[in-house]
Design a protein around this ligand. Structure first.
Ligand SMILES: NC(=O)c1ccc[n+]([C@@H]2O[C@H](COP(=O)([O-])OP(=O)(O)OC[C@H]3O[C@@H](n4cnc5c(N)ncnc54)[C@H](O)[C@@H]3O)[C@@H](O)[C@H]2O)c1
Length: 372
């Protein structure tokens, strides 16, 4: 009897190990796109609303000047109602599924009426499970800190944003924070692989398992299990409020770290990190899925300056650098990124008003092109 149990246990252990090895060797969210008949990669472009048109044009102009082997496929994501629900038009879905990668400008969301957030719809439609937000201090954009270099990965599909809410009795509502092991595994494994790919040596789980012992406890326990697949990366954990306090006191200790956390914490903490480097106008982001990935600027459509030629395209440009690296077009990303950073460091005449400069979108774009 005992030997049969031992045998069963070892079979189970072997199967766990086999799974671990399979997962460790297969990259989550890898890009598998192929060149088209013109020898270029086709990328879906969602220009977006408001300043979206202007900042997308800046990206297109700079890519053309840098000779990036990409052809843009513009799509309109103006929502349609399908079976009573907000949906992305089929043409846009087919384009993104075909090209496996998209660059997205900001999309306006009506407040209190109309369609649900298209950003949310895109995440759900393509199961974009991880939101990646690197924040690095930029020369020429002074803030209280000049040593920020953080990477935050947010679980993008569940947690507090599962949308499961109901009225228990009038005056009492309940909102359910859903955490599942498969969703935790996916985003945490991605965080480890991302850390390896950018040469960071630690993964930091940010949580509140001290209070939410079951939900955040599952996230943390899953991280401890996944960490066994990555012996060269150290797993650490920290309580969310402690992370906030320590990071605004001194961001330096977070340099060798990739942070990973449930949805709501990631939403808030990622904006805090953006604040440390000068705001959303400088922050790139990528939404990673099993099959497709969408890279986007995290700022909104800026209706107050739309059409005036004042928009800062840096966030969309830096997001597209993440996209190029995801597509393994690193040499183009390095070349364009150097030109962007040199332009931002070159003084107020060449940077836009949101960064306390005087340049128009067009002038800034020309300056980047002249530094390629
Ligand atoms: N990811 C997205 O698509 C996204 C994100 C946030 C807001 N939105 C939507 O955008 C619309 C406007 O939202 P909001 O006004 O709250 O936020 P916003 O980010 O559009 O604007 C806030 C302030 O920042 C400025 N700003 C933002 N991006 C800029 C840029 N690239 N260059 C120069 N200045 C810039 C604006 O002029 C404005 O003064 C809303 O419909 C909202 O739903 C979309």
């Amino acid at each position: 009897m005992a030997s049969r149990m031992l045998f069963k246990r070892s079979l189970l252990q072997a199967s766990v190990l086999r799974n671990s090895i399979r997962h460790a060797s297969s990259n989550v969210a890898a890009y598998n796109g192929k060149k088209n008949a013109n020898g270029k990669y086709t990328v879906t472009m969602i220009e977006g609303d408001g300043i979206g048109v202007e900042i997308s044009q800046a990206v297109k102009d700079i890519y053309a000047a840098a000779g990036v082997p990409i052809e843009w496929e513009p799509v309109d994501v103006t929502p349609i109602i399908k079976d009573g629900r907000t949906a992305i038009p089929d043409v846009a879905i087919e384009s993104i599924n075909r090209n496996l990668v998209a660059l997205k400008g900001p999309l306006a969301t009506p407040v209190g009426k109309g369609h649900v957030s298209l950003n949310l719809t895109l995440r759900r439609t393509f199961n974009l499970f991880a939101n990646v937000r690197p924040c690095k201090s930029i020369e020429g954009c002074a803030t209280a800190y000049d040593n920020v270099d953080t990477v935050l990965i947010r679980e993008n599909t569940e947690g507090e944003y599962s949308g499961i809410e109901h009225v228990v009795v009038p005056g009492v509502v309940q909102s359910i924070k859903l955490i599942t092991r498969p969703a935790c595994e996916r985003v945490i494994r991605y965080a480890f692989q991302y850390a390896q790919s950018i040469g960071k040596t630690r993964v930091l789980v940010v949580h509140k398992a001290s209070i939410m012992k079951m939900s955040d406890g599952l996230f943390l326990k899953t991280a401890q299990d996944i960490a066994k697949e990555f012996p060269d990366i150290k797993l650490e954990s920290e309580i969310l409020d402690n992370t906030c306090l320590r990071m605004v006191t001194d961001p330096e200790p977070y340099k060798p770290v990739v942070m990973v956390m449930p949805n709501l914490y990631g939403d808030i903490l990622s904006d805090m990190c953006s604040g440390l480097i000068g705001g959303l106008g400088l922050t790139p982001s990528g939404n990673m899925g099993d099959k497709v990935s969408i890279f986007e600027a995290v700022h909104g459509s800026a209706p107050d300056i739309a059409g005036k030629g004042l928009a800062n395209p840096t966030a969309l440009l830096l997001s597209s650098m993440m996209m190029l690296r995801h597509m393994k077009l690193n040499e183009y990303a390095d070349k364009i990124e150097s030109a962007i950073l040199a332009t931002l460091a070159s003084g107020p005449a060449n940077i836009t008003r949101d960064l306390k400069g005087t340049a128009s979108t067009k002038h800034y774009t020309e300056q980047v092109i002249s530094r390629l």
